[in-house]
Ligand binder design. Structure first.
Ligand code: HEC
Ligand SMILES: [Cu+2]
Length: 480
């Protein structure tokens, strides 16, 4: 063991310098003496926009690595139709991925584009030194600064802007990842991707279109309108999904720029075989969800055994379904029914033997004598909808494929609102066809007063492309 070490020229140098201490510290010296690794030659760093990462370092020796990073302030989209002025490292959110190895000396060229409005700088968590580089890198528009640092610790590190107001610079997208590989590189895998979460604060509510300015008050209150991967709702879905083939091993370099929220990173239907906890050297195995602090990271690895669309989420789940933190990994290849069977059978489950269950009544069945305008009925109806129907029929009545039929533009009750009344007061089961699609499930009868049923159905029939109708309590009563 020791003789093998001494064969190794590099470590011999390292160990020699430690002979004054003890042989024990010498044999452990591999990690602690990276500051002494000599560099030879120089090369320009490959920088990539997410979800791509640069080529692995492999077994190249330590070198002088030149990073040319340009800060660009530019308008982009946070969601379809929602415009936002992002401040970026390299033109993307998160910023360009930097890949280096222990022992490298990084010569960092930070350029602030002349069209930008503000000064910026950079704090790299991989730097050992004042401000992580921030104190040497403050740069005005139209200027370039250069500073160098020796890469001593391996791991996956966040970098970000640290110009006041720091929170605002980060909130506008000024963060990214720098990977420091160990000597000889990380073990090779089939696919590698770069994913970084961030929370955004806009003047308008989630979904409000047009150019949205940053909202300082919401940022201070940590009341995010958007929580997204790679700077945009949908940056990793549909055609932008990341991909793999059955049998491949996938490595995700995952960061969290914050500025405020921590991420409960999870891939639905996969188990992380390995997690480099917090981006460091310690590996945990067989992990379901890994916590990624704001300003922190994790490297997760897993082999994909079966095909499917694996949903990538922050398991603080309202963020995923209401604020944007949803990505997709599409895996193609042959099924493996032993690992996952798919749906085998489905029948209707009615433990009490009755055809339709009733949801216990909460309120009174009496009807108030007050008369409401159509608009008031719609408003009251929406409240009932959000409380009672939305869980199944979804926010905008769009339903859910194969489970809950749509109420939006539904041809089921278009010509006969009594069919909707019957569904609500008596429940509905057995096969129904809505807009050409078959459903065969059970809707429990809803314990609502005549007036509540009238209001909720008036809301439904006056929303989402349904023909405008007013449903009265008398109409409901006649169907009881
Ligand atoms: C627990 C889930 C659930 C809830 C809650 C629920 N529904 Fe349904 N609804 C269903 C299912 C399932 C069907 C289809 C039943 C079938 O396949 O026979 C359905 C069918 C319907 C239909 C007829 C088909 C269509 O899409 O036009 C209407 C109208 C309807 N629901 C309205 C409502 C309204 C209004 C509420 C709230 C007061 C409500 N539902 C609450 C599950 C639900
Ligand atoms: Cu900045």
């Amino acid at each position: 063991m020791k003789s093998k070490f001494f064969d190794y020229k590099l470590l011999a140098v390292v160990c020699m310098s430690f002979l004054m201490t003890t042989m024990v510290s010498c044999s452990k010296g591999k990690n602690t003496d990276n500051s002494k690794i000599p560099v030879s030659g120089q090369q320009a760093a490959e920088l990539t926009a997410p979800p791509k990462v640069p080529k692995p370092v492999g077994n190249r020796g330590a070198t002088k690595l030149i990073v040319n990073m340009e800060i660009i302030e530019k308008e982009g989209e946070l969601d379809n139709g929602v415009k936002y002025v992002f401040w970026t490292y390299g033109g993307s959110v998160p910023g360009s991925f930097i890949r280096t190895r222990v022992g490298d000396v990084v010569e960092f060229h930070l350029k602030n584009h002349p069209d930008n409005k503000l000064p910026h700088n950079i704090d790299l968590h991989a730097v050992t030194g004042q401000g992580g580089g921030a104190s040497s890198s403050f740069v005005a528009p139209g200027h370039e600064v250069v500073f160098s640092f020796k890469v001593i610790n391996q791991g996956l590190y966040v970098y970000h802007c640290a110009t006041a107001p720091v929170g605002m610079h980060i909130a506008n997208g000024m963060y990214g990842l720098i990977l420091v590989e160990p000597e000889g590189g990380l073990p090779p895998v089939d696919k590698e991707y770069y994913i970084m979460q961030g929370d955004f604060y806009t003047k308008g509510e989630n979904g409000q279109t047009g150019l949205q300015p940053f909202d300082m008050k919401k940022a201070i209150d940590e009341d995010a309108d958007y929580v997204v991967f790679n700077g945009k709702v949908g940056a990793l879905t549909g055609d932008n999904s990341i991909t793999a083939k059955v049998g491949e091993t996938v490595r995700l370099f995952v960061g969290n720029g914050g500025p405020n929220l921590v991420s409960s990173f999870h891939v639905i239907g996969e188990i992380f075989d390995k997690v480099h906890i917090e981006g460091g050297d310690l590996i945990n195995k067989d992990v379901q969800t890994t916590l990624i602090p704001a300003g922190g990271s994790a490297i997760v690895e897993f082999k994909v055994e079966v095909p499917g669309t694996f949903i990538i989420v922050d398991h603080s789940i309202f963020r995923t379904f209401n604020k944007g933190s949803l990505g997709m990994l599409k895996v193609t290849g042959d099924e493996n029914k032993e690992i996952y069977s798919g749906k085998q059978t489905e029948g209707i489950y009615l433990p009490e033997g009755a055809t339709i269950q009733e949801i216990p009544a909460s309120g009174t069945t009496e009807t108030t004598s007050k008369t409401y305008s159509l608009q008031e009925k719609i408003t009251l109806g929406k409240q009932i909808y959000d409380k009672t129907c939305m869980a199944c029929h979804q926010t905008s009545g769009e339903g859910m494929p194969n489970a809950f039929p749509p109420l939006a533009n539904s041809d089921y009750f278009k010509t006969d609102p009594n069919k909707a009344i019957n569904a609500v007061i008596h429940g509905l089961s057995g096969e129904v066809t809505v807009n050409g699609k078959k459903y065969n499930s059970v809707m429990p009868k809803q314990a609502l007063t005549d007036e509540e049923v009238a209001n909720v159905l008036t809301y439904v029939t006056n929303s989402w492309g349904n023909g405008k109708q007013e449903i009265t309590p008398a109409m409901v009563k006649s169907k009881r």
